[in-house]
Design a binder for this molecule. Structure first.
Ligand code: ZN
Ligand code: ZN
Ligand code: ZN
Ligand code: ZN
Length: 305
């Protein structure tokens, strides 16, 4: 095949692939609430939540365990997610068979619906490792279990969103939404400053005081994150004498980063919803103004704008 023939072949291939993806049925995963625009008034409204059957488990509520790959992957300890049963609660619907309202619940940002957290000290091996690859002593952090129950979601796989007093996110007024944002945003910023999420360079140095400060503010809003502070204390450098030497110094900091990032992500879910709702309100306000301007002089409609 000469070069022009080759490029023609690839172009044709690309088009076939494109057509395939455009015509393939879209997987309907309900991660967002739907909105509708009134064709006459142009106003946007939130649609009622009608849960669809979960695509991941087809409504069966369980799937092959993702941690041990349905028992096919040999783990050094009993699997933290399925407890050795090979089947685990579905991570998309949290074992309910149907999607849940994303304005009420979200996937646990700490365990990602795995319901368990792998011990970071031993990496789920139940014993520590020397730098030369030899087995070290038994892990005291997880008491040889290799996994913890997720202490943030209490092994439910999901977290309940902080609701607005006297309203839902879709019915809340602009001032109610802004109040909620003002409550959550400063803590979100504090956590991100600690993890360095908004900085270009990857952070390699973490200050304990910044972590404590940010997580205390988080725990005041969401008490389930209090356990994170406790766990981090257990993971101090002195308990990790046998940790791989190249990670030994940064490990407690990296561990804190994981914890703070989970907290920030949870707040981020709220802030995204609030911003979307505020956007709907602002668009509706502009639309209402336009509608008002149009109405009194229906004859001059064409000269508007
Ligand atoms: Zn499911
Ligand atoms: Zn498993
Ligand atoms: Zn969790
Ligand atoms: Zn361990």
């Amino acid at each position: 095949m000469n070069n022009s023939c080759k490029s023609l072949f690839y172009k044709a291939l690309m088009i076939i692939v494109l057509i395939f993806f455009m015509t393939a049925p879209q997987i309907q995963c309900q991660r967002l609430r739907n909105r509708a625009r009134n064709s006459k008034t142009g106003m946007i409204t939130w649609l009622e939540w009608k849960p669809l059957t979960c695509e991941r488990c087809s409504g069966e509520k369980t799937t092959d365990c993702g941690t041990c790959n349905g028992g096919r992957k040999k783990l050094a300890v009993k699997c933290g997610e399925c407890k050795g049963k090979k089947k685990a609660a579905c991570r998309d619907c949290y074992g309910t068979g149907k999607y849940v309202d994303p304005f009420l619940l979200t996937r646990c940002t700490r365990c990602y619906a795995r319901r368990s957290i792998r011990c970071r000290a031993c990496g789920g091996r139940s014993h520590l490792m020397y730098t030369n690859g030899k087995k070290g002593p038994k892990c005291k952090v997880c008491k040889k279990k290799g996994f913890f129950k997720c202490w943030v979601c209490k092994s439910k796989g999901n977290l309940t969103l902080k609701q607005i007093k006297g309203a839902t996110y879709e019915t809340a007024t602009e001032s109610q939404l802004k109040k909620q944002k003002n409550l959550l945003k400063p803590v979100f910023d504090k956590l991100n400053a600690f993890t360095g999420a908004n900085e270009e360079k990857k952070k390699s140095f973490f200050r304990e005081n910044d972590f404590n400060d940010a997580m205390k503010a988080m725990a005041a809003l969401f008490p389930q994150f209090k356990n994170e502070i406790k766990q981090v204390k257990k993971m101090s450098a002195s308990t990790l004498k046998f940790r791989l030497l190249n990670e030994y110094k940064t490990f407690p900091g990296k561990y804190r980063e994981t914890a703070a990032r989970a907290a920030a992500n949870f707040l981020g879910v709220h802030l995204n919803i609030i911003d979307t709702c505020l956007d709907v309100i602002s668009k509706n306000r502009k639309q209402a103004k336009r509608n008002k301007e149009r109405k009194p002089a229906p004859g001059n409609g064409e000269n508007d704008r």
